[in-house]
Design a protein around this ligand. Structure first.
Ligand code: NAD
Length: 339
């Protein structure tokens, strides 16, 4: 029996998670919701995905636009085991009573607070604790990236203290009304930014302080990490550690990948759908060791890094795979990651 999944909110994250579910053998995409008859609705219907209006009063809008919906959100809830909520931040939490009413398991995204689910997820860090849960929150793009590298370093060398500067993309490529356009915005000006405390929702024992800036770019985020380890680590040992973990890719400036633009070009050359790069990207030349004190620079493709995590969250909650390693292998093979 395949696990029956719905996506509520078919935008940047929702459409990617939907495409990823279509590639899994142990789960099936029952349908997605849309608030209005957009080009994305038309594309979903053309792919054979069933679309449901986000509320019954909107069905007529779709009918009038010549787009045939299968019903409304509540109809979809009756047919599924798990809903992946990909509505905008803070909207997702308002749906909790509905998900509870239909006794469906629910996954929220990083735009919601930890409390909505009481459990924040990252596949490599805490798959085991997510097994069989009814409510899970997949942490944000920045937190996912930090969890991947910090967990790997902590397992190998122990982390005494980590200090991270996050250079955040101002908006996603299609968000034409967001900025900044011509400014570097400390966001927030005060320290810490929310990212460090969010990492601690997944890895409570990690000592971390984060500070963040928003800049005029749409492609990716970049993080500069300065970490004090509990024991010495050579640059090669750090590289070897990262290479031993899934979803961490090492790239080299010497080979021509010296910016986020070139990472995106690389993703295009790999033939990745929508130039997605769900792997955390670490620059080889940025890994610098002073014994116990190390530096590195990593890049996060905000639109796709959480996609494989959502698939693993579904597998954990539905108990479709025993271990995180088993689930991540299935997910990564299906999405062509790690090649
Ligand atoms: P988005 O705006 O691109 O997509 C949200 C979708 O939900 C849109 O299709 C919108 O029409 C729909 N929607 C709006 N209100 C709705 C409602 N009441 N009911 C049903 N659908 C509704 O947003 P996104 O970037 O995909 O973000 C979704 C979640 O993922 C947020 O929690 C966000 O913080 C998180 N997230 C976003 C990114 C990113 O970089 N975009 C990265 C990681 C996590």
């Amino acid at each position: 029996m395949k696990t029956k999944v719905a996506i509520n909110g078919f935008g940047t994250i929702g459409k990617r998670v939907a495409d990823a579910i279509l590639k899994q053998k142990d789960m099936t995409l029952v349908g997605v919701t849309k608030t209005k008859p957009s080009y994305e609705t038309r594309l979903a219907l053309a792919k054979g995905i069933k679309v449901y209006a986000s509320s019954p009063d909107k069905i007529k809008l779709f009918d009038d636009a010549g787009m045939k919906v299968a019903g409304a959100l509540e109809d979809l809830m009756k047919e599924i085991d798990i809903v992946v909520d990909c509505t905008p931040g803070k909207v997702g939490a308002t749906y909790k009573p509905l998900y509870e009413k239909y006794h469906v398991k629910a996954i929220w995204q990083g735009g919601e607070k930890h409390d909505v689910a009481g459990f924040s997820f990252n596949a490599v860090c805490n798959y085991k604790e997510a097994k069989g849960r009814d409510l899970v929150r997949v942490v944000s793009c920045n937190t996912t990236g930090l969890c991947r590298s910090l967990y790997a370093l902590d397992q190998s060398f122990g982390i005494a203290k980590s200090r991270v500067v996050l250079v955040r993309r101002g908006a996603d490529p299609a968000e034409t009304s967001k900025g900044p356009i011509n400014s570097i915005v400390p966001d927030p000006v005060s320290i810490p930014s929310h990212h460090g405390p969010d990492v601690q929702k997944v890895l409570p024992h990690i000592n971390i302080t984060t500070t963040a800036l928003a800049v005029p770019t749409t492609l990716m985020h970049v993080h500069i990490l300065n970490i004090e380890l509990q024991k010495d680590a050579t640059e090669q040992a750090i590289m070897d550690t990262f290479l031993a973990y899934p979803r961490i890719m090492i790239v080299s400036a010497a080979e021509g990948i010296s910016s986020t633009a070139e990472i995106v070009e690389y993703a295009r050359d790999l033939g990745r759908l929508r130039y997605d790069m769900p792997e955390l990207v670490v620059w080889k030349e940025s890994i610098k060791s002073f014994g116990r004190e190390i530096y590195l620079t990593q890049a996060v493709h905000q639109e796709s890094i959480v996609v494989p995590e959502n698939i693993d969250a579904i597998r954990a909650m539905a108990k479709l795979a025993e271990t995180g390693a088993e689930s991540m292998k299935l997910t990564d093979e299906s999405l062509g990651l790690g090649r």
